[in-house]
Design a protein around this ligand. Structure first.
Ligand code: 13P
Length: 245
């Protein structure tokens, strides 16, 4: 199980304030002496207002910071309420989450996601590209068709995919405490990788200290995108530690 490079990405969503950054010292302290450090990548994606202070706190820790979304336009413009990838980069982000289902739900479609990914790549950010099916789609047994469409359209005309991590997040699993059956997850991840064997594919949706051992047994998973459990540094550290048991 060791010797495999694993990503642990904390998606704080719209949680956390300046005070919550104090908990980061526990994670940096843990990571400093972690025996599997060289096989482990930790990335924090806080709300935009915390990217700068977080990247300052994490300087030289080996832990990176990312944004949670971006505007598709690389240049400044009249887009009230938005920020673009250059802006994210200028405050210390190295990554950006694009295509999260919580944003797809408010109207982001595959075409817009494709533009955002292109813009992020141009700005030199790495991408955490989220895909996933609804419960209804799962019941109709059209998960693969949905994922295939999300991947094909989202990555349309993007040749160099080495800076793109794919995060498979079944929508019904996010925040519900439910995770897919191991054989189904193995099959889905293999399916995603059958598009391109170099894809790094992460799993997201209710990852916790309780299910991480089960999830780690699925050895084609390259890491985890963690919502709720990532806000508690103790739980987050525990998830990382247990991953190498
Ligand atoms: P939870 O871990 O809270 O289910 O959230 C998953 C998620 O949406 C991460 O992007």
């Amino acid at each position: 199980m060791t010797n495999k490079y694993i990503y642990f990405i904390a998606n704080w969503k719209m949680f956390g304030e300046l005070g919550s950054l104090n908990t980061l010292h526990k994670v940096t302290k843990f990571f400093k002496n972690f025996k599997n450090k060289k096989f482990t990548k930790i990335i924090y994606c806080p709300p935009s207002t915390l990217i700068r202070p977080m990247s300052k706190k994490l300087k030289d820790s080996g832990i990176d910071v990312g944004g949670q979304n971006c505007h598709e336009n690389e240049n400044p413009g009249p887009f009230t309420g938005f920020i673009n990838c250059k802006m994210l980069k200028s405050v210390g982000a190295k990554y950006v989450i694009i295509g999260h289902s919580e944003n797809r739900k408010t109207g982001e479609n595959n075409k817009l996601i494709n533009l955002k990914i292109k813009s992020a790549l141009k700005s030199g950010l790495k991408i955490i590209f989220c895909i996933g099916e609804t419960l209804q789609e799962k019941r109709k047994k059209i998960t693969k068709r949905i994922l295939n469409n999300q991947i094909k359209s989202g990555l349309n005309k993007i040749k160099d995919k080495k800076n793109i991590l794919i995060a498979y997040e079944p929508i019904w699993s996010i925040g519900s405490g439910l995770i897919p059956k191991s054989n189904e997850l193995l099959d889905t991840i293999n399916f995603i990788k059958s598009n391109n064997k170099n894809y790094k594919v992460l799993y997201g949706g209710s990852v916790s200290t309780k299910n991480i051992l089960q999830l780690r047994l699925i050895d084609n998973i390259d890491g985890f995108l963690i919502g709720g459990a990532s806000q508690d540094s103790k739980k987050f550290i525990d998830i990382i530690k247990k991953s190498y048991n």
